[in-house]
Design a protein around this ligand. Structure first.
Ligand code: SF4
Length: 294
């Protein structure tokens, strides 16, 4: 990357876009949920959520008081220069965003309980790298609240139970989570790999827009079945009862060891915050999810 200041600005803008403006696909799904919800209480909750989203945009304030923890997904072209400076640049952008937007400081040392005060620390923000051909760099930020993170689940299932076992695992996790992840949620589900791979894929699956179908028809069918089952639990918006508990289910997989069947489910709350941009080799920037710039 020739100009780290460009990346710093882009990362700052992405964090700001994400915490204030929910992606259009999430807003559309919430509006549809509000139309389709049959429970009066559920409808009231969804109406309040939609009002909350409007107020955040109007006042340029974070859509939820929990501005979460920050993960950057970095898809870097193999010809991009100075990749060793990316991490430091993203840390600087995170500090600036915490101070100026502002964000709630959410990075705590688990041993001393000391809050760093600026959302940075060991593996904070967390970076997920992917090296691809080319000379541009795509940056995606995912901001994830504690409520939805607290109910993420991994399990080592019995291989013989197959996909039936996976569906049961996911629905059990949804029932156990109840109101905690601020439903309606989005579920990232992954099977295979090892426990770490499954959770990594499950979280990454949350980045797929809600209106983008899974390109694998087998997985699309599993997603449909899990969604239907999750919305029969009656948990409803904010856990107060209703038919819309989950807005979407995104499934991914990795090949597994014959004796292992790792599974993971990552929850995202209704405040499903993500934003992406591409920085081209000539320094031009394309914002991919949000039209807003500062
Ligand atoms: S789970 Fe999401 S909506 Fe609920 S408090 Fe946390 S960040 Fe906010």
């Amino acid at each position: 990357m020739k100009q780290p200041h460009i990346m710093e600005n882009v990362a700052f803008n992405l964090i700001k876009q994400a915490v204030i403006y929910l992606p259009e696909d999430v807003k559309r799904a919430l509006r549809k949920a509000c139309e389709e919800e049959t429970s009066e209480t559920g409808k009231t909750q969804l109406t309040a959520i939609l009002e909350n989203i409007k107020l955040a945009e109007k006042h340029q304030a974070p859509v939820c008081q929990d501005t979460g923890t920050i993960t950057f997904y970095v898809k870097a072209g193999s010809q991009v220069k100075n990749l060793d400076r990316v991490e430091a640049t993203l840390v600087t952008a995170t500090r600036k965003a915490t101070k100026e937007i502002p964000l709630r400081p959410n990075a705590v040392d688990p041993f001393t309980q000391k809050n760093s005060g600026d959302n940075t620390g060991r593996f904070a923000p967390y970076l997920q790298w992917e090296i691809v051909p080319g000379d541009s760099l795509e940056l995606t930020v995912m901001i994830k609240g504690g409520g939805s993170e607290n109910v993420c689940a991994t399990g080592m299932l019995v291989p013989g139970e197959g996909i039936k076992g996976l569906k049961k695992f996911v629905i059990d996790a949804v029932i156990k989570a109840g109101a905690q992840p601020c439903p309606p949620t989005i579920l990232g589900v992954a099977v295979g790999g090892g426990a770490d791979v499954a959770m990594k894929l499950a979280k990454k699956a949350l980045l797929r827009p809600l209106d983008e179908a899974n390109s694998d028809r087998r997985l699309a069918e599993i997603e449909r079945e899990i969604l239907e089952a999750a919305n029969m639990t009656g948990i409803g918006p904010m856990g107060l009862g209703g038919k819309i508990t989950v807005l979407g289910v995104h499934v991914d997989y990795a090949h597994r060891h014959p004796a292992s069947f790792p599974a993971a489910v990552a929850f995202n709350c209704w405040a499903a915050r993500r934003a992406s941009a591409r920085i081209n080799a000539d320094g031009t920037v394309e914002y991919l999810t949000h039209k807003v710039e500062w």
